[in-house]
Design a protein. Sequence first.
Length: 195
Amino acid sequence: MIAFEYPEGATPIDPDEAEGLLLTHITTRGELDRWEQDNIIEALAWLDRAKPTDILNEPFIKELHRRMFSNVWKWAGHFRHSDKNIGGPWYQVPTSLSNLCDDTRVWMELQEESADEMGVRFHHRLVSIHPFPNGNGRHARLMTDILLENVLKCARFTWGSENLSTSGDEHHRYIAALQAADMHDYTALLEFART
């Protein structure tokens, strides 16, 4: 098994999940990131063509993850089967996602919050559920952008305008903003999402 180094706040892949790596020539975290990013670019091209609006459901959430990571991981698009340092027990993922999708529909119906506020709440909850073995932050940011652009008809977030997969000042700001949101303070996450 390859021993990858993870940036602060990243969820390590457990040994069983690491066995799902399709590209056996990968030996470093940098190589993995590059291959995953190439796969994500393909997913973005698909989204550009499809412009999906029916996204608040398990099949779409899984399909987006599959399209983002299926060239790299065997388990792309499948929920995790292990507990992580974030999220509840793995077997609660489907119920937690269903609740999030239902809640988001209610937020949109009530219109008590701005689109940006709904976006950061959706993003935070999706990250907190942590449905997949890997790629949850990238998946949650892209899901949020699809929600904003295709469903709520407003601009995507900029997410600090840097690569959040690597350690750095913007990554640390993002993690701190998520931790503040854990305490129900979304101010920093809202600010970060639009910088």
